[in-house]
Write a protein that binds this ligand. Structure first.
Ligand code: SF4
Ligand code: FES
Length: 330
């Protein structure tokens, strides 16, 4: 086991745990955001840099600070490590810079984007973004490509986190898309416009942190915050599908079906295309009850309580964290 201090809070975790997951054990507002790391996907993380933190002491054996900010999602803890996230001005400044960089090419089309209300980049830009832009060059544009009947690709919104690539690699039998090109010419593509129709490919919609991959069966049907999320399940016969979903409906009409996500926006268990795209009747499902939205998002506003830090894990919560929590609760 390794004991680390994160934003002034001590936590004990197994050796090999990343700094980000140690922070998640504490929970609440001290946890760094993550745009490319995704717990169920092997190899994810280390691409977007929004999770940068300052290591002020490397370990009990070698307490020197690390010279540069580190990506918390891929850096393992060491016993005696001291890490600062919200307490470090340098980390906060860097995050602001990363958000500004991610927004350079990202269109501000939240008013028409289906991801609005549950978009990680939208949430991050509210928290860390600046209202103006210093960018004067032309933004990237792409030829529109059709990637099939189920999923809509908006390449201009993509932040190249690779989550959809890992999802297709690790969940489906044959990946037909990837990141093509290099540098600012990189883009998600399918070489010969193969369509993404594999039985588990719908999960790329859930893992995409922005609105680059959206559900064609839900497009422009409703704003997500007007829908009523309900947990539901069915006996799904597709091998590997858990059959546990969230139904997003208005009245009796099921507008979309997604997998269930945790407070970090990560899918708890993946679902098949049949559950996601073909079962849009209430009678297809056994309703478990209203969905608890644990993440900070407009879809939680006025409907659900906000997440609170587990007091058993954090007996001596720093005052600034308690204050923020209380403000949030109010
Ligand atoms: S399409 Fe979405 S999931 Fe895929 S790389 Fe781009 S942002 Fe990430
Ligand atoms: S979440 Fe750590 S680098 Fe992207």
């Amino acid at each position: 086991m390794a004991k680390i201090t994160f934003d002034g809070i001590e936590v004990e975790v197994e050796d090999g745990t990343t700094i980000l997951n140690a922070a998640r054990k504490i929970g609440g507002n001290v946890v760094p955001p993550a745009m490319c790391y995704y717990t169920p996907l092997k190899g994810s993380g280390g691409k977007c840099r929004v999770c940068l933190v300052k290591v002020t002491a490397g370990s009990a054996k070698d307490p020197r600070p690390m010279p540069k900010l580190v990506a918390s999602c891929i850096t393992p803890v060491q016993d005696g490590m001291v890490v600062e996230n919200t307490l470090s001005e340098q980390a906060m400044e860097a995050r602001k810079g990363i958000v500004e960089m991610l927004l350079i090419n990202h269109p501000l089309d939240c008013p028409v984007c289906d991801q609005a209300g549950e978009c990680d980049l939208q949430n991050l830009s509210y928290e860390h973004g600046t209202s103006g832009t210093r960018y004067e060059e032309d933004r990237r544009t792409f030829d529109k490509i059709d990637i099939g009947p189920l999923i809509q690709l908006h390449m201009t919104r993509c932040i190249l986190c690779y989550r959809c690539v890992y999802t297709a690699d690790q969940l489906t039998e044959k990946r037909v898309h990837g990141v093509l090109g290099r540098g600012d010419a990189s883009e998600i593509g399918t070489y010969i416009e193969n369509s993404l129709e594999n039985e588990f490919i719908g999960n790329v919609i859930d893992v995409c942190p922005v609105g680059a991959l959206t559900d064609k069966t839900f497009r422009f049907k409703n704003r997500v915050w007007f829908t009523k999320p309900m947990d539901a399940h069915r006996e799904c016969e597709t091998p590997g599908c858990c059959g546990k979903v969230v139904l997003w409906s208005r009245g009796e009409e099921v507008l979309r079906v997604t997998a269930r996500k945790n407070e970090y926006g990560e899918v708890e268990e993946f679902i098949c295309n049949t559950c996601r795209f073909d079962k849009k009747e209430m009678s297809d499902w056994i309703i478990d009850g209203p969905r608890h939205i644990a993440r900070a998002s407009v879809i939680a506003a006025n409907h659900y309580e906000l997440p609170v830090i587990n007091p058993h894990l954090v007996p001596d919560l720093p005052a600034h964290v308690v204050d923020t929590q209380i403000q949030d609760q109010n």
